[in-house]
Write a protein of this length. Structure first.
Length: 454
């Protein structure tokens, strides 16, 4: 994509920081993810006069991005690479957080070395576009012993002022039965070798381009023992004052069967914290559903009315608890219990995993590099029909107006429109409106903050 050419340089001082961070293996101190220097904002553009609008249902009218361009991006996801990652992680026998860190062939230390090695390979291939570091933290064993553990991080610095940071992560530890044993077989192929494989593949592909927003790829440790790794990382994000616009937790995305043999290879569930009308995490879940629809991905990203399955948890909790927008993506059916010794690569569906990874790639591309959402959205209701107006977006060739009914988990209808105002008497049927911009190449960006209607 033209916007992905390496034509926008990061400020000289920050380049020196990136060079310093890239020297040696990923053991350097984490850099501060400071925003780029601010520049004088351009003058506000006036509103364009209202034009005729064609109202269409969301169930039948995606925004039709450029098939050639989008497919070029998504077709880079390779199922063989995904499966190789899973097999390698499985063959470490266990990735229990308290297993050995000294071996290169077994245990949590071997997993860490493998992931760090992959990140380093991508860093070298990116020509400096990707930088990596390990973020250590202390976990506490059931016996109360403190042990050093590591979250593994790769970052692509954004190019646009104020575009924020998008984080995609997965936990790389596994667990067996009994849950506290470091000696039992804990292959963790689906939970969560599948998520790790997806994040690694996303980092490989995306590290070759530049994006408006900063993208962080994070592999968390110690999720299976109270998500200690993601708690530590979320706290670091807050201390660093990172402008985190969304956290996507990829956890268990490689299986299509349930325990009774039923199959669902068409959906990926999206969990988020409520309440439905006010939660920033639920808003992110709706946005992910909206993006998946408009990019025509092969899996339906189905918004769930819960933060997770009953009595279960994931690393997105750690970010939601600090009021960051955070979601979990997980396959529609679950065939294996947590800690099941038969959670091996034999039960991974390579085609489904590939499609799930493509869907996440589409979402990340939209969030990180689509046109920024419109600002100053106002619904004028006095004198005649209601009129929705908003400020133009500089690189937008059109807009998508998303409409949600009272109590709706997702946007049921959308209007594809070329102007920056819309006169329509149908707004009264909806409780929420959000708008995304679309550029000339067909790339749809993130939705604006939802505007509540009377």
């Amino acid at each position: 994509m033209d916007r992905h050419r390496n034509t926008i340089a990061v400020l000289g001082g920050f380049l020196l920081l990136l060079v310093a961070c890239n020297l040696g293996a990923g053991t350097n101190a984490p850099p501060t993810l400071a925003p780029l220097s601010t520049r004088t904002p351009p003058p506000t553009l006036g509103y364009v006069a209202a034009g005729p609008a064609r109202v269409r249902g969301i169930g039948a009218t995606p925004a039709s991005p450029s098939d050639i361009e989008i497919n070029r991006i998504l077709d880079q996801v390779e199922s063989d690479r995904l499966m190789t990652h899973i097999r390698t992680l499985q063959d470490f026998y266990t990735r229990h957080v308290n297993s050995t860190q000294a071996s290169i062939s077994q245990g949590i230390g071997a997993a860490r070395a493998y992931i760090s090695g992959q990140f380093e390979t991508y860093r070298q291939a990116s020509g400096g576009n990707l930088y990596t570091f390990d973020l250590p933290f202390e976990s506490i064993t059931p016996e109360g012993e403190r042990r050093s553990q590591f979250n593994l991080v790769a970052v692509i610095q954004g190019t646009e002022v104020g575009a924020g940071t998008v984080l995609v992560g997965a936990h790389y530890d596994s667990i067996g039965r009994p849950l506290d044993s470091i000696d039992v077989f804990a292959p963790g192929a689906n939970d969560n070798g599948s998520g790790v494989a997806a994040v690694l593949e996303l980092a490989r592909i995306m590290s070759q381009s530049r994006y408006k927003a900063t993208i962080m790829f994070v592999l968390f440790s110690a999720e299976e023992v109270g998500r200690q790794g993601s708690k530590a990382f979320a706290s670091w994000i807050r201390e660093d004052q990172t402008d985190l616009i969304g956290m996507i937790n990829v956890d268990t995305i490689g299986n299509v069967h349930d325990r009774n043999g039923l199959v669902n290879d068409r959906e990926l569930r999206v969990f988020s914290a409520g309440p439905n009308e006010r939660s920033v995490s639920r808003r992110l879940a709706r946005m992910v559903n909206f993006i998946g629809f408009n990019y025509g991905v092969n899996l339906d990203l189905v918004v769930q009315d819960a933060i997770d399955r009953e009595n279960r948890y994931g690393d997105h909790f750690s970010f939601s608890e600090l009021d960051y927008p955070a979601i979990r993506l997980i396959n529609a059916y679950e065939e294996k219990l947590n800690g099941d010794p038969t959670d091996t690569i034999d039960y991974i569906e390579a085609g489904y995993l590939q499609e799930a990874t493509k869907a996440i790639l589409a979402v990340l591309t939209a969030l990180a590099d689509g046109p920024r959402p419109p600002k100053n959205i106002v619904l004028r209701t006095g004198g005649g029909q209601p009129e929705l107006v908003w400020e133009p977006v500089a690189d937008a060739s059109g807009y998508i107006i998303a409409l949600r009914r009272p109590g709706g988990l997702f946007y049921e209808r959308q209007i594809v429109h070329s102007e920056t105002s819309l006169v329509w008497d149908g707004f009264s049927n909806y409780i929420g409106i959000a708008i995304a911009a679309k550029d000339a190449q067909g790339l749809t960006g993130p939705l604006s903050k939802e505007i509540a209607l009377p």
